[in-house]
Design a protein around this ligand. Structure first.
Ligand SMILES: N[C@@H](CCC(=O)N[C@@H](CS)C(=O)NCC(=O)O)C(=O)O
Length: 283
């Protein structure tokens, strides 16, 4: 691509395989599987196929929170789906998520087993199954679902928009960076204003909406997702920082963030609570 020549779109777009993008090996304009690969199945009813990105972490946070309140039937196997290697296009994964994105889950406690994809759908499924971390009726439930769906609608501007152009695109282009920075700062202000009078997003109770929003926006302001803390002046969103810090310190959140993370501080796969206990003892 030559930046000095303005791009004139052709009448019909044609796919030219990219070479410069970080995502060149996984970007395709078609759906479906690229190769045959069965998914492994472990000993627990809940089988999670995921990676410790913000979309993956919100589900492992919830599973660890359920275990922390004593729901032993929330024990799960978590298998690593390496999206950089194209595991999301294996036939077994596409069977449980035709959209080829992590996270995806299968609940083998039902006959036939239930497949669930889309992180918020998985969270709602689990929260309803275990009757925890989601209000079951009334205004509280409406508020929780509003913030949960807000996250799903808003985060693509953060990840696919701001994060892509600020951190991953081959060059820093002012137009998209300005456009998405404006939107992300507006979203941070939405959260900050809501949290000015509330301990958690929906009031006094911590629920799946907090987990989902924390995994993107909390990690953005605390851990420096996209290395943009200074650029976005995240410290100025003081209510957000207070809320995110409280969630960040929860033991179950710390455990959930380590699952499906192929690094020294994490576990590529998790098959038992003792896997995380052993990792915590080592560190
Ligand atoms: N709306 C989906 C988004 C999932 C998603 O975008 N997952 C990314 C990782 S964070 C992925 O699997 N990307 C692989 C690809 O695009 O091929 C959800 O919330 O589950």
């Amino acid at each position: 691509m030559d930046d000095t020549t303005p791009y004139i779109p052709p009448k019909v777009w044609q796919w030219e395989e990219e070479s410069e993008s970080r995502f060149a090996s996984i970007n395709r304009p078609v759906a479906g599987s690229t190769h045959d690969k069965e998914l492994p199945v472990g000993k627990h009813p809940l089988q999670l196929y995921s990676l410790a990105t913000p979309n993956g972490v919100k589900v492992t946070m919830l599973l660890e929170e359920l275990l922390a309140i004593g729901r032993q039937d929330a024990e799960y196997d978590a298998w690593l789906i390496n999206i950089g290697e194209g595991d999301q296009f294996g036939s077994g994964f596409v069977d449980i998520n035709p959209n080829s994105k992590i996270p995806a889950m299968v609940d083998h406690s039902t006959t036939p087993p239930t497949r669930i994809f889309e992180s918020a759908a998985i969270m709602l499924y689990l929260a309803e199954k275990f009757e925890a971390f989601v209000p079951m009726d009334g205004q509280e439930r409406a508020e929780c679902l509003s913030w949960l769906f807000w996250q799903i609608g808003s985060a693509p501007y953060l990840g696919g928009g701001f994060g892509h152009f600020y951190a991953y695109a081959p060059q820093k282009w002012e137009y998209p960076i300005n456009r998405y920075t404006m939107e992300i700062k507006r979203q941070l202000d939405v959260l900050d204003r809501n949290l000015a009078s509330r301990r958690y997003l929906c009031g006094d109770e911590y629920n799946i909406a907090d987990m989902a929003v924390y995994s993107w926006y909390g990690q953005l302001v605390l851990t420096g997702l996209y290395d943009a803390k200074e650029f976005l002046d995240v410290a100025s969103y003081t209510n957000m920082v207070r809320w995110a810090t409280e969630i960040h310190e929860r033991p179950a959140v710390k455990r959930g963030r380590r699952v499906n993370r192929a690094s020294k501080s994490g576990l590529a796969e998790r098959h038992d609570a003792s896997d995380l206990d052993a990792l915590e003892q080592r560190q």
